[in-house]
Design a protein around this ligand. Structure first.
Ligand code: GBH
Length: 455
């Protein structure tokens, strides 16, 4: 009974710098846009921030051992750009050394380091942030500096985590740093992020042709509530800016025609220059897939008020329709079948033809955890979530998808962006004293990682 993953299938877990490190102003680290955003009254639940977080900056050795104890074969973490380069672009030796020690500690514990260069903590000092094309150039300098220091030991590199969040959620919906609400700016940010990705792939590839390079995208498949033209069209428009806005330029070298036409006048003139799309479509080895849920939409009736803070800039008339599915603490529907269909679509449409592998770089859930008298959390709901999604991954492999690994989000409870510490995604609990206490899900998932078997 149960299922077995192919030999060599990678199991691991993931975190990001701002969500776990703390030490926000230590050893010469400068502000990121998240340090600044957290100071805006009302931006974060309970006014919380990542100043201390899980104190991983000081507990990294313990955390590397924890990963090994749980049987993880790989660990995806991110580097904080303003921790390793100052506002003049010079290397901050102590900050860079932190990541060097972390990598050594992981390797000593037989855990392969998987490095994400950008998980949203842009240096606050960069003028205009991602609205400014120059930020993409600065990103390449940063990436090359990190490669010079860690490239002898880190074999797997992800340029960006979820550029949809760093553009549309950050510059149009205003719920992520820097908290702006201008649709045209969000399009500029998205293009400059893609450009930073493409130029970086070219630069890292040239310096080290043997490294594995990729990008991680968040996918929220959008499906229509009915077969009516209006509902199908609204789902198509959400899917266009949420998903195909990124996959099309990366794998086909062009923005999708329907998205360009939907965005029309919003698209800033002169944004895309000669050779940009050639750089953006530089071949990659791995497409990282972050999947949490699938959303069903219907079109609003003409006089119906919709949420004006929507990041779906081509679909202000989109209304989400909840299905009869269980919800996580985030209010996200649990839909593992959506992950199987997504992987199959990606393999067929984009990654298969390009010879690019798929890895689930994030999947997991927040639930209302309760610790017993010993501090132990028996999170059967999270075990069920992980089991169901691993089953969906296995189905996608059976259907011919080239899926090579699965990384659970997250290794430990951490700073959940605008939700502060109120939402817990960890398979390991972090208590008030910052002690790490594996939950039932960590013990269950560790067994899966060691055996490749899901019960
Ligand atoms: C990831 O973002 C991040 O990479 C990670 O840092 C974070 O901790 C983790 O997920 C958990 O949130 O918003 O109702 O329309 C995921 C961001 C989540 C954005 C799903 C789109 C769609 C559901 N995505 N969301 S909804």
């Amino acid at each position: 009974m149960g299922i077995d993953f192919p030999e060599g299938f990678l199991f691991g877990s993931a975190t990001s710098a701002y969500q776990i490190e703390g030490a926000a102003a230590e050893d010469g680290k400068e502000d990121s846009i998240w340090d600044v955003f957290c100071r805006v009254p009302g931006a974060i639940v309970n006014g919380e921030d990542g100043t201390l977080a899980c104190d991983h900056y000081h507990r990294y050795a313990e955390d590397a051992k924890l990963l090994a104890d749980l049987g993880m074969s790989t660990y995806r973490f991110s580097v904080s750009w303003p921790r390793v380069l100052d506002s003049d672009g010079a290397v901050i030796a102590k900050g860079m050394d932190f990541y060097s020690r972390l990598v050594d500690e992981l390797l000593a514990n037989d855990v392969a380091p998987w490095l994400t260069l950008y998980h949203w903590d842009l240096p606050a000092a960069l003028p205009g942030g991602w609205k400014n094309r120059d930020t993409a150039k600065r990103f390449v300098d940063y990436a090359v500096a990190v490669q010079e220091h860690l490239g002898d030991r880190v074999r797997t590199w992800t340029t960006l985590n979820e550029p949809w969040c760093s553009s549309f959620l950050s510059y149009a919906a205003g719920v992520h740093a820097p908290g702006e609400t201008d649709p045209a700016s969000s399009i500029a940010a998205a293009h400059h992020l893609l450009l930073a990705h493409g130029w970086t792939v070219q630069a890292l590839r040239q310096a080290d042709p043997t490294a594995s390079l990729g990008i991680t995208l968040n996918f929220t498949p959008a499906i229509p509530a009915t077969r009516s033209d209006a509902d199908s069209d609204v789902a198509r428009r959400v899917d266009g800016t949420a998903n195909r806005f990124f996959t099309d330029p990366i794998f086909t070298g062009a923005y999708p025609a329907d998205v360009l036409s939907d965005l029309g006048e919003l698209w800033p003139s002169g944004l895309v220059q000669d050779d940009d799309l050639a750089a953006i479509s530089a071949p990659i080895d791995v497409l990282g897939v972050n999947y949490y849920t699938t959303n069903m939409f219907r079109a609003a009736s003409p006089d119906e008020a919709t949420d004006c803070a929507t990041p779906h800039i081509a679909a202000p008339d989109a209304v989400q329709v909840l299905r009869d599915l269980p919800l996580t603490e985030m209010g996200w529907e649990v839909d593992p079948g959506g992950l199987r269909d997504l992987l199959t679509w990606l393999h067929t449409t984009y990654t298969g033809p390009a010879g690019t592998a798929l890895v689930i770089t994030e999947n997991g859930a927040a639930f209302d955890d309760h610790a017993d008298a010993d501090g132990f959390v028996s999170d059967v709901d999270r075990v069920d979530y992980l089991r169901a999604h691993l089953g969906a991954v296995h189905e996608a492999i059976d259907a011919g998808g080239d899926v090579r690994g699965y990384l659970a989000w997250s290794l430990m409870d951490n700073f959940e962006w605008s939700y502060g510490y109120s939402k817990r995604f960890g398979v390991v609990r972090v208590d008030e004293q910052l002690r790490r206490i594996p939950k039932a899900s960590a013990l269950w998932y560790g067994e899966v990682a060691r055996t490749g078997h899901v019960d």
